[in-house]
Design a protein around this ligand. Sequence first.
Ligand SMILES: [Zn+2]
Length: 351
Amino acid sequence: MSRRLLYRDALFYMHTPPRGYHVEGPWRLERAYRGLAEAGLLPHLEERPAPPPARARRELEMVHSPSYIELIDRVASMGGDYIDPDTYVGPYTAMAGYAVAAATLDALAEVKDGGVALVLARPPGHHAGREGSAMGAPTLGFCIFNASALAALRAADMGYKVLAIDFDLHHGNGTQEILYDDPRVVHLDLHQDPATIYPGTGWPWQTGEGEAKGTKLNAVLPPFSGDDIYTYMFDAVLDLALEALGGAPDIVVVDAGFDAYRGDGLGLLELTINAYRHIAHRIRKLADRIIVVLEGGYSSGLEKAFPVFTASLMDIDAATWTEEETRSPRKVWEAAGKNLRRLEEALRAPG
Ligand SMILES: [Zn+2]
């Protein structure tokens, strides 16, 4: 295995709510980092800070409108505020968002000759679209700037064949919106049924537009899906994604959320570390270059699923914990099968 990079920066911790408590706070990174430490992973990782963030502001115009970026700057410079009922901007939020983008672009350069880079990012980004909230979603869902979409587009410009994978509990509507008409990036997103959870987007028939039709794949998991359904679905849609890509990717850009882990708190999926180990094994074999950006995960998902995923992805003999696999009821299997068939039909539909 080539390089194993971990980007962690003081700025990622400085995105803080202007007032009161918020579920998306700096302690998330403390939990995630403690998870890596307790699993014995840290000695295997090459840790580094983000490069100076200011330059990344201009790069972000590739994925966001200047007026949206200015809005974040302005609210931050005035001391911060809520920009919608879910999402806050604090005094250092704009800089933290630039730092995440800077780290992710640096990761792209660093894995050029092979390697895995993990950005322990905050604020998260996969719900952030060009103008803010994406695809008709009501809010930005805690997200500010979309670093993974930026890295995916940059990688495509470099001539790479790009596969973007999002296994966060929620649909990565911002990433999908930004990539929606770009045929160079195949985007595969697994999430809890949008009829039952924020952001209410990510339906099987949303497959991209224009030349990009058929390159965006939404795998819809019914509530109470366990490891069995999730791993089955992951394998099935990964095959479809590779077909859409026309072979193996040169690089995989991952929006990694750990909120589908059972008991993490926000959702109704029942994943254990077994599902995350499976996903990591599959992703590891896809390409020599892998970039992972942390998205969701609010409690136990960060302490358990995150280190297991990281160890498996980076081929490190650590986090060898065990949990019993979760099995889904028959009704849930049937609903999942229906969603998969809908996706297959949408991909076959003539453009
Ligand atoms: Zn999420």
